[in-house]
Each structure stands twice: as structure tokens, then as C-alpha cells.
Design a protein around this ligand. Structure first.
Ligand code: DX5
Length: 213
């Protein structure tokens, strides 16, 4: 993928929650989206934060809400009201195709784009012919930041790219300069990164490195 078309989405999961607005300010001029990782302690073991935290954030970055929750339908409205512009839910949480399509439609009715996420062990056949704005190929098992990138997801990214040349393919988990390069090569054009950005002293340089610059 050409580096100019790559979207970088810092994940606030790895930011210092005690100074969250300053953390967002530190990446705002360099990134494109801001990912808000919502965990319900049921779909994934950890509990992260709800819509009230998103309401406190002021940013020009596109707000991308990643719902790692068992009942995403119950969460959509509150995150849209809190400022979400993109919402991704997990195929594993909504196994029925008809329900997935209904959620995509609900999200789009609110002028939000809709994404579907698949975990490393989920085959992409499940979403191949779906009408969706983004596919999130998890490159770690969801639930926390700072995990090791799972290389075996790369063929899945390449297969989705070959069948959907214009699809936005997002990756999330263990994304740093090195793994970003192989993900871009495989066809990903939207990179979520938490710890590699927020642990960096120079966040602008960290984000540039994810773009291959
Ligand atoms: C997993 C989370 C993380 C987070 C990014 O549930 O979704 O992937 O966004 O974490 P890092 O970039 O630290 O692996």
C-alpha cells in the first residue's frame, strides 16, 4: 500500500488516563483516527471504559470505537451520542449474518461508518461478502495492549485485500514500525497502535515510522 494512503489510529488504551486530553493532543497533529477500545469484561476479560470517557475527549481526529463487547447493539447509541464517527463490532459477538447486517445498517443510519472485526482464530470466510466499510483483522487476541503480534494473520490480510481491492483493512495489536511494514505489504491500510506510540518519547516519529517514513 502507498504510505500516503495509510491511516494511523493511536489507541488510547495505552495512554495515561490521568492526563488523557494531553495524551490525545500529543498525537493529534500526526495521526488520522483515534481508537477507543471498549471492553466489557465479558467478551474479553478486561474492563476498559465507557462513553463518559469519550465525551471528555476533544479532538479533530476521527473517533473510531472498537466494541470488544458481547452485546454491541446495546452500546451503539451511547457511543454515537458521545461522538463516535466509526464503530467496529466483533463478528464473534454477533454470529448471525442477518444480525451483523442489521448492526451495520443501524450504525450507518447515524452517519457513522461501520466495521466488523475478526479475531486471529476466526476465518475471514465469515465476512467475505459483507457490505461493510472496514474489516479489522485482530493481530492479537483482544483484551489488552502491549501483546506480541501474531504473524499467522498476515495471509488473511492478503486474502481479504486480493478479494476486496478497495476495502479498508485495519490491523490492531502489536503494531510497531516492523510489524506495520509487513501489514502494509500484506494490504492493510489502517493501523491501530497503542503501546508503540504512547511509550515513545517522540510520538510524531513513532507515527511516521508506522507509515514507513
Ligand atoms: C487489544 C487492543 C489493543 C490496542 C493496541 O484488545 O485493541 O490491540 O488497541 O495495543 P498495542 O498497540 O499496545 O498492541
Amino acid at each position: 500500500m502507498s504510505t500516503s494512503s495509510i491511516i494511523i489510529a493511536p489507541s488510547i488504551l495505552s495512554a495515561d488516563f490521568g492526563r488523557l486530553q494531553q495524551e490525545v493532543d500529543s498525537v493529534e497533529q500526526h495521526a488520522d483516527w483515534l481508537q477507543v477500545d471498549v471492553m466489557d469484561g465479558h467478551f474479553v476479560p478486561n474492563l476498559s471504559f465507557g462513553a463518559p470517557v469519550l465525551r471528555c475527549i476533544k479532538t479533530s481526529l476521527l473517533i473510531d470505537v472498537h466494541l470488544m463487547v458481547s452485546n454491541p447493539e446495546a452500546r451503539i447509541q451511547e457511543f454515537i451520542d458521545a461522538g463516535a464517527q466509526h464503530i467496529t463490532f466483533h463478528a464473534e459477538a454477533v454470529p448471525q449474518r442477518s444480525d451483523q447486517e442489521r448492526l451495520v445498517s443501524i450504525i450507518r443510519q447515524h452517519k457513522c461508518t461501520a466495521g466488523i472485526a475478526i479475531n486471529p482464530e476466526t476465518h475471514h470466510d465469515a465476512i467475505q461478502t459483507m457490505d461493510v466499510d472496514l474489516v479489522l483483522c485482530m493481530t492479537v487476541h483482544p483484551g489488552k495492549g502491549g501483546q506480541k503480534f501474531i504473524e499467522s494473520v498476515l495471509p488473511k490480510i492478503a486474502s481479504i485485500r486480493s478479494q476486496h481491492p478497495h476495502m479498508m483493512i485495519q490491523v490492531d495489536g502489536g503494531i510497531d514500525a516492523k510489524t506495520a511494514a509487513v501489514c502494509r505489504e500484506a494490504g492493510a491500510n489502517n493501523l491501530v497502535s497503542g503501546s508503540s506510540i504512547f511509550s515513545a518519547a517522540d510520538r510524531a516519529a513513532a507515527i511516521r515510522s508506522l507509515r514507513g517514513l
